[in-house]
Design a protein. Structure first.
Lengths: 253, 302
């Protein structure tokens, strides 16, 4: 069982490492542009946010956005392609339990989120000095975020029938939620209505705890920031496992 | 004889109401080389899909080596090796990785899987291409790669869905020899194919599906005995006379040197040759106009 798990994870890691020009380089370039435009060119005019330089303020958001997008992209593209070229049948004819398949794909997404997140952090270190406030909060937030979005990507892939279905959610749901989750601003500066609305955005909690781990500043209590992704992970894992067990879109009805 | 595979009233109706299987009772003995034949859309691939757990049946049951598929699904998956009809691997993955990963899904450690992959790639004459991606292989090579993949976990039952489609004659012969050897070693083989001469030369028992129904299940030799009416094409060294008669047979002259004989029920091939010799016709070449199994197959599925 664990050999099967290891096999899926190594296969996933080899897959995204093999296409590093598509998976690792673009986020590094995008990050550099964010830092140049929002941090370097505009940041000096904005001044400070929650008591820190604007350039420092946006760094955690940029890293976490990369982790979110990469974790999601890995599971959605890998699982969809396995369905598309029928190579998922390799797993279906094997005795690998569905929950191991799910764990394998999620671990693949987390691995990519970690590798690309690390590459982006390394790039950022050329622009700003990185001195994290709490490693444990950073690591915990990373894992919660990455697992949650890997699961979301997996569910997206289960239902995706075309290549368009794979890109709709990241472009029209995930990216706006990330921007509105306090990536470039503190929700303390928002009017109360919009601040209340932001509390329904799960990305806001992850962004807040990640910023707390990085800079030591946050808007909500840490337990709240952890409980939201934890509940979401539990919910998404149950949904994904249910659909896998039912064979939705992988076994012909 | 113990059964490797047994289905009881196996039924499959797809969500679009297409009835692919209408309650088939299939029996395959352990160690058998079994042919499952049928024209396109007869239900062969559906039956295989259900047996291997890729499809859900609508009704009925499947037993593999005496284990009920519904209650012992993982045990059954370890017993079966499947080579499907369609290519179903990641085309961008190196060939050797496809095999090693497949073994990993069956819980075989990587070091052990590497040894088995090397053995099978050498047998399939793909060892030199082991680091190439699957996409770069020819159609025949891809088929051999899929056969190697199906054998990675050393299955007791091997299910081959049109294994030699698109494979050249030389490779097909070597694949046949290897499959015969596997069968001798005790592997039960279930084969679907459109090449009826392949089924005739390899398989001991046969089942024929037609529109989701099992229309025949028999021993190959017994079944071929039913094919008494044969059409013979006979070539003569000399020019054929205008009138030729063979008792119980209809004769038709196709050209100056070629004769077509519709063999009667009680007439053997030697009777035909003797009758022709008596009329001073020296037979230089004789062949069946149609494969016997092919003729039977067509009569059963029409």
């Amino acid at each position: 069982m664990w050999i099967a798990y290891k096999t899926i994870v190594f296969k996933e890691v080899r897959r995204f490492a093999r296409i590093w020009i598509q998976t690792i380089i673009p986020p590094v370039i995008t990050t550099s542009l964010y830092l140049l435009i929002f941090g370097g060119l505009m940041g000096s005019r904005i001044g400070q946010m929650q008591g820190v330089d604007y350039l420092h303020f946006i760094v955690p958001g940029i890293i976490l956005m990369t982790v979110i997008m990469q974790s999601y992209a890995n599971t959605v593209s890998s699982f969809f392609m396995a369905k598309y070229n029928n190579s998922f049948e390799e797993l279906l004819v094997s005795p690998t339990p569905n929950w191991i398949i799910l764990m394998g794909y999620i671990s693949g997404g987390v691995s990519r989120g970690f590798c690309v997140g690390l590459a982006v952090t390394f790039t950022i270190s050329f622009f700003v000095e990185i001195r994290p406030y709490s490693f444990s909060i950073l690591i915990a937030t990373f894992f919660l975020t990455s697992i949650m979005f890997s699961l979301a990507g997996f569910i997206n892939a289960i239902f995706a029938r075309t290549f368009d279905d794979v890109s709709i959610i990241p472009n029209f749901v995930l990216l706006p939620l990330t921007y509105l989750g306090g990536m470039f601003y503190s929700i303390d500066i928002l009017p109360s209505f919009w601040r209340g609305l932001s509390s329904f955005n799960p990305i806001f909690y992850m962004m807040d705890s990640f910023r707390l781990g990085f800079l030591g500043i946050g808007s909500v209590e840490l337990w709240k920031a952890f409980i939201v992704p934890l509940v979401m992970i539990l919910l998404l894992a149950l949904i994904a496992n249910y659909f896998l067990n039912r064979g939705v879109s992988i076994k012909t009805e | 004889m113990a059964l490797a595979l047994s289905t009881e009233k196996l039924t499959k109706t797809y969500s679009n109401q297409l009835k692919a299987l209408t309650g088939i009772n299939l029996k395959v003995e352990k160690g058998d080389f079994f042919a499952l034949l049928g024209s396109n859309g007869a239900g062969k691939t559906t039956a295989i899909g259900i047996i291997c757990g890729l499809l859900k049946s609508t009704a009925g049951s499947v037993e593999i080596n005496g284990h009920d598929q519904k209650t012992h699904v993982n045990k059954i998956k370890r017993i079966i090796g499947l080579m499907p009809q369609e290519f179903n691997f990641n085309p961008h993955e190196p060939n050797i990785e496809i095999l090693i990963n497949q073994a990993g899904y069956f819980g075989i450690p990587r070091t052990e899987a590497k040894i088995q992959a090397e053995k099978l790639l050498k047998i399939m004459e793909l060892w030199d291409r082991r680091f190439d991606i699957a996409q770069s292989l020819s159609g025949g090579m891809k088929r051999r790669l899929m056969l190697a993949r199906a054998l990675m976990h050393k299955p007791e039952i091997l299910i081959l869905d049109e294994p030699t489609a698109g494979v050249d004659v030389e490779i097909r012969q070597s694949m046949w020899a290897y499959l015969k050897q596997l069968n001798k070693e005790g592997v039960t083989i279930i084969l679907t194919t459109h090449y009826l001469e392949e089924a005739e030369s390899l398989c001991r028992n046969i089942a024929i599906l037609d529109k989701g129904e099992l229309v025949e299940q028999s021993n190959m030799k017994k079944l071929l005995l039913k094919a008494k009416h044969q059409v013979l094409i006979i070539e003569s060294i000399d020019k054929l006379p205008e009138n030729i008669a063979v008792e119980n047979c209809d004769c038709e002259i196709l050209d100056d040197h070629t004769l077509q004989v519709f063999q009667g029920e009680s007439t053997s091939i030697s009777d035909v040759v003797i009758a022709l010799s008596a009329q001073n016709i020296n037979v230089s070449h004789l062949r069946s106009a149609q494969n016997r199994l092919e003729a039977l197959f067509l009569s059963l599925t029409n």
